[in-house]
Design a protein around this ligand. Structure first.
Ligand SMILES: C[S@@+](CC[C@H](N)C(=O)[O-])C[C@H]1O[C@@H](n2cnc3c(N)ncnc32)[C@H](O)[C@@H]1O
Length: 227
């Protein structure tokens, strides 16, 4: 095992890439592969991979992107993503940064594509600290704690014509997410899903068009006009 990869790491291959998943890092799962299978990255684009985990989605995007920024609040994930970027020869195209959602970015920094597989499962409040792995899937009592913060900030980091790809569970109201994205002036739709007996996982795609952005701006200026 290389010096960069700790004991107890798992190994997986996907689309011809090799990934090591460090012990305290989210192991790519059905949701990851749902997004990975639908990833369309324009040549030369700027991509933001939020909650990068082992870096899998950002690394796939780096094949065609000009630059990929990966952010995670788990320091093990940032180290793991860096090691995987190196293994797959894309470390020169990627910045992997420790931080909370958009906090490491400049306020006006914009992307062609924003990817986020967020913590989306409803989990009861409890005393004490959550482990790094729990923080990867725990979305608080409504499941929306991180998603709602993401939705509030994401549109301003998107270029005109830019796209958000977001994973969401039926357990934390994908419908609400679609509504919020509409209100923010984006054009959202469900592009794929996996149906389980107890939940459905949706892949949402939202596009920022000039027309929609103007409409949302006018609505803000005159709330009664579009009520
Ligand atoms: C479900 S995992 C997805 C990991 C990887 N993108 C994938 O699809 O396999 C969610 C990731 O988001 C990170 N995360 C959770 N809350 C975050 C926040 N507020 N800011 C940045 N990253 C966060 C977690 O540490 C975890 O790595």
């Amino acid at each position: 095992m290389s010096r960069d990869v700790p004991e107890g790491s798992k190994k997986l291959t996907y689309k011809g890439y090799l990934f090591h998943v460090f012990p305290e890092v989210y192991e790519p799962s059905d949701d990851t592969f749902l997004m990975g299978g639908c990833l369309e990255v324009k040549e030369g684009s700027r991509v933001l991979d939020l909650g990068t985990g082992c870096g899998i989605l950002g690394i796939l995007a780096a094949e065609r992107a000009e630059r990929v920024i990966g952010i995670d609040l788990n320091p093990h994930a940032v180290r793991c993503a860096k090691a995987n970027a190196k293994t797959n020869g894309v470390e020169g195209k990627m910045d992997l940064v420790l931080g909370d959602l958009f906090q490491p970015l400049k306020p006006d920094e914009k992307f062609d594509l924003i990817l986020f597989n967020p913590p989306y499962l409803p989990t009861p409040e409890r005393e004490g600290k959550r482990s790094w792995l729990e923080k990867a899937w725990s979305g608080g009592p409504s499941g929306r704690r991180v998603i709602d913060r993401f939705l509030f900030e994401a549109p301003r980091h998107l270029k005109e014509g830019g796209i958000i790809l977001l994973l969401q569970s039926s357990l934390s109201s994908a419908k609400k997410t679609l509504r919020v994205l509409e209100k923010a002036g984006l054009k959202p739709k469900v592009v794929n899903k996996i149906i389980f007996p107890f939940e459905t996982i949706f892949l949402l795609r939202a596009t920022k068009t000039a027309e929609r952005t103007k409409e949302a701006y006018r609505r803000q200026k005159n709330p009664t006009l579009f009520a």
